[in-house]
Design a protein around this ligand. Structure first.
Ligand code: SF4
Ligand code: FE
Length: 481
C-alpha cells in the first residue's frame, strides 16, 4: 500500500489536463484551491498506515491474499459491508469533507458482480478483464474516479433521442485493438486526485443504444481526457492565506466536468460493450453501493458539525439552555438515523453469484433518501445554535490588526476563559460546513450525490414489494379465503 506522501508524489507525476478559472493547472498537489481536496484523499492513505485503524481501513485481497486498502477491496461478507460504512464515518470525522475515494470503491464492487453475470449470460469475457484490472488497482493502491453521470442534455429524451449524440458518453469507433469513446461525465468527485477513471453508463439502455452501454477504465491522464474544475462557494478564500477564515483549511472536496474527446480504450480494459441489458444492473448496483456510502461519510461529517454546534454554545454560555440541549439531541437523533440505515443495508447484504456481496438495495435507497433530508435539518439546527455571528464575523486580518484586534477580542468574546479567536474558529467551521466549500459535500451533495431524491424513490417503488404487502393485508382481513 502507498503511504500518504507516496500518494501525493504519484498524483504530482500524472500528466492530467486540468483547467480552473480558464487556466491550465499543472497538478492538484501544488494548487492552493485544489490541495485541500487532495489532502482529503491522502487521509485515506494516511489512516490505512495507522495500527489503530488497520481493521477498518484495510482488508485482505480475495485475489492475492495480500493486505490492501479497503477502498480497493471487493466485499465478501456482511461484515465487510458494515466495516466499509464505519470506515467512511471515520474518514468523515477526520476530514469533515468529501474524501472522494469511495466512488471508485463502489464502482469496482458494482462491476465485479455485474461483469460476472453478463459473462454468464452472453459468453463475454468482461469478468476476466475486470479481475485482471482489479489486481493492478490493488497492487498499485490506486484511487479511482467512478464516473457515471452523463450531461444528459434534454431530460425528456434518452441517449438515442438527443439532437447531439454526445450528450451520453458513447463508442464512436471500434477497431480490432479496442474502442474509441466520446462524451463527458459531469460532477466528477475527486477526478483531479485520481490515478484512473472507471466509466459506467448512467441509465438503463434500450436495444438500439448499444454504443452507450459501455464501461471501461483508463488512466486519468490519457490522451483526449481533460477536466474543468467546478466553482465552489468561498473557493478563492483559499488564496487569501488565512487558515482561520477557511474554517477547515486542511480538507475539502472537488468536482469537475470531464471531457472524453475521442479516447482510445484497449480491449483488455473494456468491461461492457453493447450489452444493453446489463446497463441497468450496473447502474442500480453502483448507485446502491454509493447510497450505502452516504450512511457513513455524511454521518462522520455530521458528527463534526454537531460537535461544532455544541462548542459554539459552550463558548457563548448558552450550553445549559434546555432548548440548546434539545437541539443537539435532535441533531444526534437525525445523524444516527442515517447511520442506522447505512448499517442496516450492510447487515442485510447478500452474496451475488460472483461471490461479491451486495447491500440490500431497498434499505440502501432508504438510507440515501434520508440523506437528502436530514443533513438539511442538522444544518438548520447548527445555524440556529451558532447565531448570526457565523455570517457577520470579521476576518482574521481584522483580528490581527493593531487597533481592531483588541476590540474584536473584547466584544466578540463569550464566556470567560475562551478567547474570541477560538469562538471565531468554530463559527467559521460551521460556516464552512453549512455555506462554504464543504457545504458542497455536506448539503447539496446530500441532495444530488449518488442520485437525486427521485432516483431513490423509483428504486424504493421497485423494491418495496407492494403486492406482498397487499397479500399480507388480505390474509389478515380474510379476503378471498
Ligand atoms: Fe465518499 Fe461521501 Fe464523497 Fe461520495 S460523498 S465520494 S461517499 S465521501
Ligand atoms: Fe458523492
Amino acid at each position: 500500500m502507498m503511504t500518504g506522501d507516496q500518494y501525493l508524489q504519484s498524483v504530482r507525476e500524472k500528466k492530467m489536463e486540468i483547467y480552473m478559472f480558464g487556466e491550465k493547472i499543472p497538478n492538484s498537489a501544488d494548487n492552493p484551491i485544489l490541495r485541500p481536496s487532495l489532502n482529503a484523499v491522502k487521509a485515506t492513505y494516511d489512516l490505512a498506515q495507522m495500527p489503530e485503524h488497520e481493521d477498518l481501513m484495510t482488508a485482505t485481497s480475495h485475489l492475492t491474499g495480500k493486505k490492501i486498502s479497503r477502498f480497493c477491496h471487493i466485499h465478501h461478507s456482511c461484515e465487510d459491508l458494515v466495516k466499509k460504512v464505519k470506515m467512511l464515518r471515520l474518514l468523515g470525522q477526520k476530514t469533515a469533507s468529501c474524501f472522494q475515494r469511495c466512488v471508485g470503491m463502489d464502482a469496482i464492487n458494482a462491476l465485479y458482480s455485474s461483469t460476472f453475470e453478463c459473462d454468464a449470460k452472453h459468453g463475454t469475457s468482461y469478468h476476466k478483464n475486470f479481475t485482471d484490472y482489479l489486481k493492478q488497482v490493488q497492487e498499485n493502491d490506486w484511487t479511482l474516479d467512478g464516473a457515471m453521470t452523463d450531461p444528459k442534455g434534454d431530460r425528456g429524451q434518452g441517449p438515442s433521442g438527443q439532437s447531439d449524440p454526445d450528450m451520453y458518453l458513447r463508442v464512436v469507433k471500434r477497431t480490432p485493438e479496442g474502442i474509441v469513446v466520446r462524451g463527458a461525465k459531469a460532477h466528477q468527485t475527486g477526478m483531479t486526485n485520481s490515478h484512473e477513471v472507471l466509466v459506467m453508463p448512467t441509465i438503463a439502455m434500450k436495444p438500439g443504444e448499444e454504443d452507450y452501454a459501455v464501461s471501461f477504465a483508463v488512466p486519468t491522464d490519457s490522451k483526449g481526457i481533460f477536466m474543468i474544475v467546478g466553482r465552489q462557494s468561498c473557493d478563492t478564500r483559499k488564496l487569501e492565506g488565512s487558515a482561520l477564515d477557511l474554517g477547515n483549511c486542511q480538507y475539502g472536496g472537488t468536482e469537475a466536468l470531464v471531457i472524453f474527446e475521442d479516447v482510445f480504450v484497449p480491449n483488455e480494459r473494456i468491461f461492457l460493450n453493447g450489452e444493453t441489458d446489463f446497463s441497468s444492473m450496473l447502474v442500480e448496483r453502483f448507485a446502491g453501493f454509493h447510497r450505502q456510502s452516504y450512511g457513513g461519510c455524511k454521518v462522520g461529517v455530521g458528527d463534526v458539525l454537531i460537535g461544532a454546534a455544541a462548542l459554539a454554545a459552550d463558548y457563548n454560555g448558552a450550553h445549559k439552555a434546555s432548548h440548546v440541549k434539545d437541539k443537539l439531541i435532535e441533531m444526534t437523533h437525525l445523524n444516527e438515523t442515517l447511520y442506522s440505515s447505512g448499517i442496516a443495508c450492510s447487515a442485510e447484504g447478500a452474496p451475488t453469484s460472483s461471490g461479491g456481496y451486495l447491500i440490500d438495495l431497498l434499505l440502501a435507497n432508504v438510507c440515501k433518501q434520508n440523506v437528502t433530508r436530514f443533513p438539511y435539518e442538522i444544518t438548520r439546527l447548527a445555524e440556529d445554535i451558532a447565531g448570526g455571528l457565523m455570517v457577520t464575523a470579521p476576518s482574521e486580518k481584522d483580528l490581527r490588526h493593531e487597533k481592531l484586534g483588541p476590540y474584536i477580542e473584547k466584544y466578540l468574546k463569550g464566556v470567560d476563559g475562551v478567547p474570541a479567536e477560538d469562538r471565531l474558529k468554530i463559527l467559521r467551521l460551521i460556516e464552512n460546513l453549512t455555506l462554504g466549500a464543504a457545504a458542497v459535500g455536506y448539503r447539496t451533495e446530500s441532495m444530488h450525490g449518488a442520485g437525486s431524491p427521485q432516483a431513490q424513490r423509483i428504486m424504493i417503488a421497485r423494491q418495496g414489494n407492494i403486492e406482498h404487502k397487499k397479500a399480507l393485508a388480505k390474509a389478515i382481513a380474510r379476503i378471498g379465503q
